[in-house]
Design a protein around this ligand. Structure first.
Ligand SMILES: *Cc1c(COP(=O)(O)O)cnc(C)c1O
Length: 240
């Protein structure tokens, strides 16, 4: 077992390094460093480690499984740790009720049924939720996310669900793709966003782009990412 002091120091060092790399990536493409937020993906570690990341300064945590989020949120409440939670993976409809009260933002909205079910729950509690629409820009039809060709109609339909505050797009890239391919995929998410922003004008604000992970966030930042979802790099040297 590592002592908690050693892990806290390691996690802080990882966090500072990732922040530094985000700054460098911003500078390299002429963007303001504060135009990119880091979502610390906690799915690889137990809640006490995730709490150390929050204490190191990471304000947003991302989880891809609702159960993990529930467990961590419970632990955090007892400890008085208060991150903003972003759900970055698929949210099953039967997990909506328990997950929504914990969430600041959902990155993975990708179907009409899910949108309607979430809206109904929000309505019952007179609340709102920030959401990103997940798009599939890869050539793999089995991947999660909406097909590019369905996006405009989907965004149109969300206008009838005012409790969902649509604020941008999220995308995953093809696993193991070459760096050129990854760059092209990030660029096509950005282009898709620009097209939709033009099409919808004032009706919609699609300023957020959630893309880029440990291996490719500098490329995503060059393409316009505003939220990078970083896991592996933050847990380097930390056992759980
Ligand atoms: C796990 C995960 C990440 C983080 O990936 P790393 O390569 O570990 O940084 C980002 N986004 C989603 C949706 C994930 O599930």
């Amino acid at each position: 077992m590592q002592s908690s002091e050693t892990t806290a120091r390691q996690i802080l060092a990882n966090w500072l390094q990732v922040q530094n790399d985000v700054c460098d990536a911003c500078q390299a493409c002429g963007r303001e460093p504060n135009s990119v937020q880091i979502v610390g993906v906690s799915k690889y570690v137990d809640p006490p480690f995730a709490a150390q990341l929050v204490q190191a300064g990471c304000e947003i945590l991302g989880e891809n499984r609702p159960q993990h989020l529930w467990t961590a949120a419970e632990h955090f409440q007892a400890e008085g740790v208060k991150p903003k939670w972003h759900m970055i993976g698929h949210l099953q409809r039967n997990k909506i009720r328990r997950t929504l009260p914990l969430l600041d933002c959902l990155h993975s909205l990708d179907s009409q049924r899910l949108a309607e079910a979430i809206h109904e729950e929000l309505d019952a509690h007179d609340s709102h939720l920030r959401v990103l629409v997940e798009v599939n820009v890869t050539s793999d039809a089995h991947k999660t996310g909406l097909a590019e060709t369905d996006l405009e109609a989907f965004l149109q339909s969300l206008a009838k669900l005012p409790r969902l505050q649509v604020c941008g797009l999220m995308a995953m890239t093809t696993l193991g793709a070459s760096s050129d391919e990854t760059r092209r995929e990030f660029d096509s998410v950005r282009q898709l966003r620009d097209q939709m922003q033009d099409a919808f004008g004032e009706q919609l604000d699609l300023s957020e782009l959630s893309m880029g992970m440990s291996g490719d966030f500098p490329v995503a930042i060059a393409a316009g990412a505003t939220l990078v979802r970083v896991g592996t790099r933050l847990w380097h040297g930390v056992r759980d």
